[in-house]
Design a protein around this ligand. Structure first.
Ligand SMILES: *Cc1c(COP(=O)(O)O)cnc(C)c1O
Length: 405
């Protein structure tokens, strides 16, 4: 019968089936919008929410299901939803959990676009927000009211690197029965366990959102985010919102993250070692007013990092910031950044290339920042280059652009 069909049809409906049992290190890249059902009855009965089957590419493929399970293992969660960026993970959590009249509390040093989301779309939907002081759990408690539905926490804070008392912030949320979501991009599932903050199974966040764009991808070339939970009903709420919004990730991107996951812990530790070496170098320079790195005593909240990570994983990622002394102008600091050769100027982190960004902190914070020295803030994301070469790069540009006076 097949022989009577034209070759055009054979190119689409060819009878050949490769043998089963193919096994190799890397998961296959399954690409699909359409997924076939064997019969109409099977189509009607098919269930996708629990990963027992397939219905449509957007709802999951073997590639994305596998990535979800491995990320759950990384962070100690039970369920995972994949989204096209880290920011999409933060936005999906907000849209899934908040309604008109609700309020969300966000740390003042949160990842900037999460604050912009609250000030933009959420406000337009009639959802209010407050920014709390992440170093003061009493400030968080005082701001909670009967409309508070969601509290974001983040450790350390974006750019200024303050490390909050995460267990205490989570306790304050639990005491009020308010949902607590962590932006876990920095910890990445390696520095501490988000669902088991005390390592005795008694305290964890409700939701861990993670920009896989950073360490899980590791290449500076993939945008993706995950939302991990331990509660089936909470997961379903997020998953349904995710489905209705039409969010999903490309199979090639999922494969790229799957490929990078096995080396992630080694890369994370290497970024960490080099970052500490360079932060220590900065600390010894008279041009430096303050090193902002959670593993350094000069950094606000250092004791909280020590308690959560230092005594256990002893990990601190590859990011740090420096307050360049106030006697140097913004133009001098900009020239120093421009004068670097190995450190590229650009956003994001977690890839092989070291990056530098000068920030204008005054425009980023609603609350006073007395805990920070005066000066110009520069953030470094330390890549995987030789740390001696990176230090020489810093020294060279400093000699040229930040002269001792
Ligand atoms: C980068 C980042 C995000 C957003 O990730 P994208 O994939 O770039 O959207 C969210 N939170 C933190 C802490 C980040 O560093």
């Amino acid at each position: 019968m097949n022989d009577q069909r034209s070759s055009t049809t054979h190119l689409i409906h060819h009878p050949y089936q490769p043998p089963e049992g193919f096994a190799a290190p890397q998961v296959g890249v399954f690409k699909a919008s359409t997924v076939y059902f064997p019969s109409v009855a099977a189509m009607r009965q098919r269930e996708w929410k629990d990963k027992s089957a397939y219905t449509y590419g957007l709802h999951g493929t073997p590639t994305t299901y596998t990535l979800e399970e491995r990320l759950c293992a990384l962070e100690g969660g039970q369920q995972c939803v994949l989204v096209p960026s880290g920011l999409a993970a933060l936005a999906t959590v907000a849209l899934a959990l908040l309604q008109t009249g609700d309020e969300v509390l966000i740390p003042d040093n949160a990842y900037g676009p999460n604050k912009a989301l609250a000030e933009g779309e959420l406000r337009h939907f009639g959802i209010t927000h407050q920014f709390y002081d992440p170093l003061d759990p009493d400030d968080l408690s005082a701001r909670m009211n009967e409309r508070t539905r969601l509290v974001w926490i983040e450790a350390p804070g974006s750019v200024s690197m303050e490390f909050p008392d995460l267990p205490e912030l989570v306790r304050r949320c639990k005491a009020r029965g308010v949902m607590c979501a962590l932006d876990n991009t920095w910890g990445a599932g390696l520095a501490f366990a988000p669902f088991d903050l005390l390592r005795d199974g008694t305290l964890g966040v409700d939701i861990s959102a993670h920009a896989l764009t950073k360490y899980p991808s590791g290449g500076g070339d993939v945008l993706m985010g995950s939302i991990i939970t331990r509660d089936a009903a909470l997961h379903l709420k997020i998953k349904l919102c995710h489905m209705r919004l039409g969010l999903g990730v490309g199979a090639n991107d999922a494969e790229a993250v799957l490929r990078a996951l096995p080396s992630m812990a080694l890369r994370y530790a290497a970024h960490d070692r080099s970052a500490r070496t360079l932060a220590a170098w900065w600390q010894a320079q008279p041009q430096c007013a303050q090193v902002l790195h959670p593993a350094f005593e000069s950094s606000p909240g250092h004791a909280h990092w020590q308690q959560l990570c230092g005594d256990h994983s002893d990990l601190a990622a590859g990011l740090f910031s420096v307050m360049v002394d106030a006697r140097y102008s913004q133009a001098q600091v900009d020239a120093f950044c421009d004068g670097l050769r190995l450190f590229k100027i650009g956003y994001s982190w977690g890839g092989p290339v070291s990056l530098v960004v000068p920030y204008d902190l005054a425009t980023m914070r609603k609350r006073p920042t007395h805990h920070l020295s005066k000066g110009t803030l520069v953030r470094f994301s330390v890549g995987l280059e030789s740390v001696q070469d990176l230090q020489a790069d810093l020294q060279h540009s400093m000699d040229l652009h930040l002269p001792l006076v």
